[in-house]
Design a protein around this ligand. Structure first.
Ligand code: BMA
Length: 359
């Protein structure tokens, strides 16, 4: 049999959003016009519910008028809301403190509520590369203190909201110097500072519509059926290449999916959506007018609606430009999952094997 871990096929065909998904009519819920500082794009927001209010941490990119790269500035904003839709934004961008200095260009932040603390997991861009990290909120203002940093090249670090079998758990997504695809990994820690026992969490090959990379989206949500992970999955197809502000010949498509992991042992995949949950289709998600990239849905927040715990709220960045909200009934989402197990139990399948015996 052809090795499914190698050279994933390019043409994934047309993709559509799950018919049970409901996009909020007032989308986007946060844009550059809603923040009190200069911004070109406000997107990819971590969202959670903390001490009775929704809290949001959007990525904020500032470019010059021609949108020339690189950006003038990148960072993460912070805001609060009673309804998850209207946000009261803090006047300044977040400050993430590390060894008496501030981390530069903190982006793509997720928010986890853990043991009554509010934690940010993020990626920051620095002159040595991109690194991920986790920081804890000081409880007031926009100040966070680093708890741990990872090494390059990683993005999409996500922290579980509780200890699992006595250990803290995080997801991470290293890049690969040999090229695509990139996969989701996990690590555990006794204290949030020292992390180990890394293994594969979900392989790109496990997501039928991906051929480039996948990454954890939001902190996993505990349900009575198991741990629910909302993730992004990327396929590239040269036939789709368009010129967008981010890049000439952009041929990627970021779509959102869901996977379910065992409640007692979340390293075990038990089900996955064989088709995406959200694909860029709405006018504010596609058509690249005012967007930075085409075909991009980037989820970073997922929570059970505190007013209706049968409904999952998913916050996602659209086109690297705006922050949007969609909801889906938990039951409909469960009905969209297909039982599955990870193709590779551990990441020890030999490199560059063309034929695979299925083990
Ligand atoms: C990823 C990250 C995200 C972004 C996505 C699409 O690599 O940089 O912040 O939304 O690409 O451009």
């Amino acid at each position: 049999m052809r090795n499914p871990f190698f050279d994933l096929p390019a043409d994934k065909g047309e993709l559509h959003s799950n018919p049970c998904l409901h996009r909020y009519e007032g989308n986007p819920v946060l844009t550059k016009n809603d923040v009190p500082y200069p911004a070109s794009y406000v997107f990819n927001a971590g969202v959670n519910f903390y001490h009775g209010r929704f809290v949001i941490a959007p990525r904020v990119d500032l470019f010059n008028e021609n949108l020339d790269r690189p950006a003038l500035k990148m960072g993460t904003g912070m805001g609060w809301s009673d309804d998850g839709i209207h946000w009261e934004m803090e006047p300044e961008l977040m400050r993430v403190h590390y060894k008496g200095k501030l981390l530069p260009w903190v982006v793509d932040s997720r928010l986890t509520v853990l043991e009554d603390g509010l934690y940010l997991s993020f990626c920051f861009e620095n002159q040595h590369s991109e690194r991920p990290g986790i920081a804890k909120w000081r409880g007031t203002g926009v100040d966070f203190d680093v708890v741990c940093l990872g090494i390059p090249q990683q993005r999409n670090m996500v922290l579980f909201p509780e200890k699992v079998n006595g250990m803290y758990m995080r997801l991470e997504r290293p890049s690969n110097q040999y090229g695509d695809p990139f996969h989701i990994w996990y690590a555990v820690s006794p204290d949030l500072e020292f992390w180990g026992r890394q293994e594969l969490f979900l392989g790109c090959e496990d997501v039928p519509w991906a051929n480039k990379k996948i990454g954890a989206g939001a902190p996993p949500v505990k349900t009575d059926r198991g741990w629910l992970l909302i993730f992004h999955a990327v396929d590239a197809d040269p036939a789709r290449a368009v010129d967008v502000p981010a890049r000439k010949g952009w041929d990627r498509r970021y779509a959102c999916g869901a996977a379910l992991f065992d409640k007692d042992d979340p390293t075990k995949l038990i089900a996955i959506t064989k088709k995406p949950l959200i694909v860029a289709e709405a006018p504010y998600e596609t058509g690249y007018k005012g967007l930075f990239v085409e075909n991009t849905i980037f989820p970073e927040g997922a929570l059970l609606d505190p007013r209706d715990p049968e409904t999952l709220m998913i916050y996602y960045g659209a086109g690297d430009a705006n922050t949007c909200l969609a909801t889906i009934k938990l039951q409909d989402l469960f009905n969209s999952l297909t039982p599955a197990k990870r193709m590779a139990q551990y990441a020890i399948v030999p490199f560059r094997v063309e034929e695979w015996d299925g083990e």
